[in-house]
Write a protein that binds this ligand. Structure first.
Ligand SMILES: [Zn+2]
Length: 254
C-alpha cells in the first residue's frame, strides 16, 4: 500500500460534495505534517506547501507572516532547488486551484477546469466566481514572452515578497513587454508541482471613478462594486463579460 496515495485519497474524500464533516485547513495541515514526517515524499511536500500558502494568502483569513515565510522557504528549498515536480506526471499542470470556500473546500481539484484551459486562461465563466481573484503587480523587466512574474498583494503582509510566475504571451490581453512592467493585474492561482504556483487568467486591473470625487478605485472584474475610502459605493465600470474572452493562442504547447 502506498501511503502517499492514502493521504491523497483522503484529501479528495474530505472535500467531496457528500462529505458532511467540515475540515479546517489547520486540521488538514496537522495530518499532512504527520504524513510528511513519515514519508518526506514529493507529494507530502507539495501538499504542505499548498496548505501553508492557502492559510497565509486566502482572503477569508488574515495573513500569518510566519506561515507565509515557511511556505516560501519550502518553495525555494524543495520545489525549486530539488525540483520535486520531476517526480510528478504533468508537473506543469494545475493540481489544485485556490477557491473561495471555507476550510479544505477552498482547494479545488486541478482537473475541474482542464477542458476549458487555453494557454493560461480558463474559458469557463464559473471559474471566475468559484476561484479567488487575487491582485498583484507585473514585476519588471517583463521582457520575456514565456516567463514573467507577478508580485502578489496580500493584505497585512509587508515582510515577505511573494512572486507568482505567469506567462505573458498566454494572457488574454497579451501582456508581453516592458511597457507592462509595474502594471496592476488580477489573476487566479493554480498550484503546480513544477513551480509551486502559477497565475492564470491574468488581466489588467481596471479602475472605476468614485462619484464623490476624483478617486480611482481598483475593482476586480468579478465584483460589481467596491466601497471607496470616502465610504461611497463605487460601481464597477468594467464588469466581467464574456466578450473579453481571449483570442485563439498561437502556441498551446507548454
Ligand atoms: Zn470616494
Amino acid at each position: 500500500m502506498n501511503v502517499d496515495f492514502v493521504f491523497i485519497d483522503w484529501i479528495q474524500a474530505i472535500r467531496h460534495p457528500q462529505q458532511k464533516t467540515y475540515y479546517s485547513l489547520e486540521d488538514v495541515l496537522t495530518n499532512v505534517r504527520f504524513w510528511h514526517q513519515k514519508m518526506c515524499s514529493p507529494y507530502s511536500i507539495f501538499y504542505i506547501f499548498v496548505l501553508l500558502c492557502t492559510l497565509s494568502i486566502h482572503p477569508l483569513r488574515s495573513c500569518d507572516v510566519n506561515i507565509l515565510k515557511e511556505a516560501m522557504a519550502i518553495k525555494r528549498a524543495e520545489i525549486e532547488m530539488k525540483q520535486i515536480g520531476k517526480q510528478f506526471s504533468n508537473q506543469g499542470k494545475p493540481r489544485e486551484w485556490l477557491g473561495k470556500e471555507n476550510g479544505i473546500r477552498c482547494l479545488v481539484q486541478g482537473i475541474t477546469y482542464q477542458n476549458y484551459i487555453k494557454g493560461k486562461v480558463i474559458n469557463d465563466e464559473a471559474a471566475n466566481y468559484y476561484l479567488v481573484v487575487l491582485t498583484g503587480t507585473i514585476h519588471p523587466p517583463n521582457t520575456y514572452r514565456q516567463h514573467g512574474s507577478l508580485k502578489l498583494y496580500v493584505e497585512g503582509n509587508t515582510d515577505v515578497q511573494v512572486k507568482v510566475p505567469f506567462c505573458p504571451f498566454k494572457t488574454g490581453e497579451n501582456l508581453v513587454g516592458s511597457k507592462y512592467a509595474g502594471f496592476r493585474v488580477e489573476f487566479v492561482l493554480a498550484f503546480t508541482a513544477q513551480l509551486g504556483f502559477e497565475a492564470y487568467n491574468v488581466k489588467l486591473l481596471k479602475k472605476s471613478t468614485c462619484k464623490s470625487g476624483e478617486a480611482q478605485v481598483e475593482i476586480v472584474s468579478v465584483e460589481s462594486h467596491k466601497v471607496c475610502r470616502c465610504k461611497e459605493m463605487v460601481e464597477n465600470e468594467f464588469p466581467y463579460n464574456t466578450a473579453n474572452r481571449p483570442k485563439a493562442e498561437e502556441n498551446q504547447n507548454e
